[in-house]
Design a protein around this ligand. Structure first.
Ligand SMILES: [Zn+2]
Ligand SMILES: [Zn+2]
Length: 371
């Protein structure tokens, strides 16, 4: 029998070797794979991942196992390594569970309409992209709302095209060029064709770089050496709660926010409130400010936090509201130090000593009224 090279075509590896880069995002790798085989991304995905919708959803967050398996087989990469390029792999590092049908905390939502990403939910560092030389690629961390600066290049990240302010849509560069093979690098803006590698480099302050390094160190290792919390996701869960409170328009949290701003010597800006004040939807500048405040509040844990929250009359009921799974390291300080002692009512209402609790007093008064 003659040897037929197409016999094993379905499972045979792709002819060109394109390895995953360190911390590369899955969709960035898929795009590089398709371009290296001189195929447009949509054709590449249609041929290889038959029936799977890739670009009309957040594929880095909800990729099916079947696609991970194909990528692993076709590139001779261990499936665990392929999985590492997804945002799901942040489970137990950044959050408990990565949700696929709704937003997940710390992951910036893309807001996709007709395969176009409408929101600036993928950041980039022009210096890192330039340093990648012939193979620029997008990092997984650039999808996270806690990323604001690049510790490696010591500069601010960018959230949109520096020339036309469009969000990054590297999978749309080839669009409208039906007869051409893809030849634009991934760093090209899909709208104005500017090269994102030429975006201005803005140096970040040392304190901000230190803060980012600390967050990344917790995230990469899965451990947290401070705050007596041991595992990184337990730290990020409390940080998330503080960030949420600092984004709130509720009077009690605005009071705390004002107190923090006063001590930090920065101007207080009230929150717009509602859906638009969700931390993951804020601009890079807004997120930088909130993160700085939250991390400052956690410094010298728990002294500064207790002092500021108590001075602003923020009690445990406020701090633990809608926070059922509060990690113990945070919960215990809040419960011990921010618990409002309700027996104070006895001093305030000295004429009602026979009632064992404030609740009983209210019930007794209501019963008397209804007589
Ligand atoms: Zn960089
Ligand atoms: Zn542009």
């Amino acid at each position: 029998m003659l040897f037929n090279p197409y016999d094993d075509f379905e499972s045979a590896p792709w002819p060109l070797v394109v390895k995953l880069k360190p911390d590369e995002l899955l969709t960035s790798w898929i795009t590089r794979l398709s371009y290296s085989h001189l195929l447009k991304v949509h054709t590449f995905c249609n041929v290889n991942f038959r029936g799977v919708q890739v670009w009309n959803r957040d594929f880095d967050r909800c990729v099916p196992d079947s696609v991970l398996k194909i990528l692993s087989q076709k590139t001779l990469t261990p499936v665990e390594r392929v999985k590492e390029s997804t945002l799901v792999s942040y489970e137990t590092y950044l959050f408990d569970h990565c949700r696929t049908h709704t937003n997940t905390e710390w992951i910036m939502p893309l807001q996709i309409a007709h395969r176009v990403r409408k929101r600036c939910a993928l950041l980039y560092c022009p210096k890192c992209l330039k340093a990648d030389k012939a193979e620029p690629y997008y990092r997984r961390k650039w999808r996270l709302s806690l990323s604001v600066v690049c510790p490696r290049c010591k500069c601010y990240l960018h959230e949109k095209c520096h020339a036309c302010s469009s969000p990054v849509n590297f999978h749309r560069i080839e669009l409208g060029r039906r007869e051409q093979i893809p030849y634009f690098p991934l760093t090209t803006c899909y709208k104005c064709l500017s090269d994102l590698r030429t975006a201005p480099v803005v140096r970040a302050p040392a304190a901000l770089l230190k803060m980012q390094e600390k967050l990344y160190q917790f995230l990469d290792s899965g451990y947290c050496s401070e705050y007596q919390c041991q595992y990184s996701h337990l730290f990020f869960s409390a940080l998330r709660q503080i960030v949420k409170l600092l984004c709130s328009k509720v009077a009690v949290f605005e009071r705390l926010n004002r107190g923090v701003c006063e001590e930090m010597g920065i101007e207080f800006t009230p929150s717009v409130g509602g859906f638009a004040s969700n931390f993951d939807m804020l601009s890079l500048a807004e997120r930088t400010l909130i993160l700085k405040k939250a991390m400052w509040l956690l410094d010298d844990w728990p002294s500064r936090f207790i002092r500021l929250t108590r001075a602003s009359k923020v009690w445990s009921a406020n701090l633990l509201k809608d926070f059922e799974d509060a990690p113990y390291w945070f919960w215990k300080e809040v419960k011990f130090n921010n618990h409002l002692v309700y027996s104070e009512w006895k001093k305030q209402l000295a004429g009602y000593p026979k009632h064992s609790s404030y609740n009983n007093l209210i019930l007794a008064r209501m019963a008397r009224k209804n007589k």
